[in-house]
Design a protein around this ligand. Structure first.
Ligand code: HEC
Length: 109
């Protein structure tokens, strides 16, 4: 598992505004933003993220392993639920995936 205990417990908790919003803005909002909301999901604000999408909640604060937003980042490229879709040029780096998991683990604030 890439969200190993060492990574998740490292000191400073990531914050939405400082650490996560720039990633979502660059790599997700084209499809989950103001104009387009694929699967009913907007990743523009903490409020819209907590509201979730058609599947319901996409994050469970404190539990990255139960959060579909976190799970879908690491699906095999062939899976249509993998985010961002494998056809996208802008993919997440391993460090960004870890940061998102750490943010959820720390309560997604
Ligand atoms: C090119 C467009 C596109 C981009 C970029 C994209 N998504 Fe998606 N997203 C989709 C589509 C299409 C679906 C529906 C997929 C399906 O279930 O078949 C989806 C579904 C989702 C869902 C499930 C919502 C629900 O209620 O089931 C999550 C969570 C998600 N995306 C997160 C992300 C994150 C996080 C990023 C950025 C790292 C991202 N997406 C980038 C198109 C995109």
């Amino acid at each position: 598992m890439w969200f190993s205990v060492g990574v998740l417990s490292s000191a400073e908790p990531p914050t939405f505004k400082r650490d996560i919003a720039p990633i979502f803005k660059a790599k997700c909002q084209k499809c989950h933003g103001f104009l387009v909301k694929q699967k009913g999901l907007s990743l523009r604000s903490l409020k819209s993220i907590r509201k979730g999408g058609e599947s319901g909640a996409v994050i469970v604060p404190g539990k990255p392993e139960s959060s579909i937003l976190v799970q879908q980042l690491s699906l095999p490229t062939k899976n249509p639920k993998r985010m961002p879709p494998a056809t996208e040029k802008l993919q997440l780096t391993a460090a960004e995936k870890k940061l998102i998991a750490r943010w959820v683990k720390a309560g997604a604030r």
